[in-house]
Design a protein around this ligand. Structure first.
Ligand code: 5AD
Length: 432
């Protein structure tokens, strides 16, 4: 299994290196001391992850080469802008032409896209997003692993099944050994190059334990490590960066501070944003976004969510639907329609054409398993597979009946890879 393609170092300037992939050069940040021109490395998210022996790299590259260009061809064919414009109004046509040419849309144009309802118009929007994804990000789709290390949480978010007020679930906290073992399995056995460690907020770990886990993983099984432990404080963000974490997954949930206040008792919107901005400042890659379809959320809010994620310098957008959980005060609310979710992802792709990857979330698949493919064909280019040990996975019940809750890792990987290859995507974090 392969989630990254090895590349060859072609130049080194301080901490910046250029890596050659089948003749194309990509820049990456290097923290390996004795790296030399000609060395083969894996890189992920713009960071050099590790070096590998030339023989091993060359045999992997030989396997990849043909398939890679074959996949590219399929993707290129599928993402062509062959739209039948008969049912499309002139205003929409003008806006999407402007977007396809790379221009920034005005706020009212973005809102116009949100107002779309009919099938033809939505189809045209999704096609434009797919075209732009292909143009700027190529056929790569990054596949990260996530381990949910504990469902203990001090917060009282009104939508969340693991909020502290929920007394109906069994709480768990993986031991340091269990976390290390699962991380090793994800990286060594299954070949993941990027790993997200997630828990509720204040799950009962000492910061030094988390730092130890990160440091040990980095030393023993190099990977790009993202943390998602909630608002741990700026000093602790720094500590975990120093331990080797290089990405922060923290959604701001909604950009509307009033709605934020209503949903997050005792929490402040500005503290959350402060965490994200500080993490960005000290060098973390930022994965952020919010919930789609919150009761009371308007199209303006959703447009602002996209613009905020972009302003926060997001490396990846993580926008997923709100799903009602039976043990929360929002149990009687209805989830949003699938088209509205994909619309959000497509508009996000159009508003941030070049930088952010767009995650296809498990929450969306929970509403409809087929939506993974639809989202990948409307701007999405990232997946996160759940590596949490099966005995704990169903306890991380932020919402009920999560997709893939009972699936082995092998099944999740096989399904993801076969879907990706059927639509011409390579499971790599590399745009060629
Ligand atoms: N529906 C969908 N997503 C949820 N999350 C929490 N509760 C729900 C829910 N009911 C999401 C939050 C959080 C992430 C870890 O899980 O957006 O950031």
């Amino acid at each position: 299994m392969c989630y990254a393609i090895p590349g060859k170092i072609s130049s080194i300037e301080g901490k910046t290196v250029k890596i050659d992939y089948f003749g194309e050069l990509r820049k990456a940040y290097n923290e390996i001391h004795d790296l030399h021109i000609g060395d083969y490395v894996y890189a992920q998210g713009g960071f050099v992850i590790n070096r590998l022996p030339a023989e091993e790299a060359e045999s992997i590259l030989a396997l990849w080469k043909e398939e890679f260009f074959e996949l590219q061809k399929v993707d290129l064919r599928i993402s062509k802008m062959d739209v039948e414009k008969s049912g499309i109004d002139k205003k929409l046509s003008a806006i999407l032409d402007k977007a396809a040419l790379g221009a920034q849309l005005a706020y009212d144009e973005i809102l116009y896209l949100f107002s779309l309802k009919n099938k033809e118009s939505l189809g045209y929007l999704f096609k434009t997003a797919n075209f732009l994804r292909q143009k700027h990000h190529g056929n790569s789709c990054c596949v990260h692993a996530i381990i949910e290390i504990s469902n203990i949480c001090r917060r009282q978010c009104s939508y969340c099944g693991i909020a502290s007020y929920n007394k109906n679930i069994k709480r768990y906290r993986m031991t340091v050994e269990e976390i290390l073992d699962t991380a090793r399995e994800a990286i060594e056995d299954y070949g993941f190059k990027a790993l997200v460690l997630q828990s509720g907020e204040e799950a009962g770990y000492e910061i030094d334990d988390l730092a130890y886990v990160i440091k040990t993983i980095k030393e023993k099984w190099p990977a790009l490590i993202f943390i998602s432990f909630g608002e741990i404080g700026l000093d602790n963000l720094k500590k975990l960066y120093e331990a080797g974490a290089r990405g922060l997954l923290m959604r701001f949930e909604t950009s509307n501070p009033v709605l934020y206040g209503q949903l997050h008792k005792g929490q402040e919107f500005k503290t959350r944003i402060e965490h994200i901005k500080y993490a960005d400042k000290i060098g973390y890659l930022i994965l952020t976004g919010g919930l789609i379809g919150l009761p009371g959320q308007s199209y303006e809010d959703m447009a602002n969510d996209i613009l905020l994620a972009r302003d926060l310098n997001a490396e990846m957008f993580s926008f997923g639907p709100f799903i009602p959980h039976q043990d929360t005060p929002m149990s009687d609310k209805a989830p949003i329609q699938e088209d509205e979710i994909i619309k959000m992802l497509a508009i996000a792709r159009i508003c941030d054409q070049k930088k952010a990857k767009i995650l296809v979330t498990t929450a969306m698949e929970t509403l409809n398993l087929k939506s993974r493919e639809k989202a990948l064909l409307a701007g999405g280019n990232s997946l996160m597979l759940n590596m949490t040990p099966l005995k704990y996975r169903s306890l991380y019940s932020i919402y009920p009946n999560r997709a893939h809750e009972k699936e082995s890792m092998e099944k999740q990987i096989n399904d993801a890879i076969s879907l990706l290859s059927s639509i011409g995507r390579a499971p790599t974090d590399l745009s060629i």
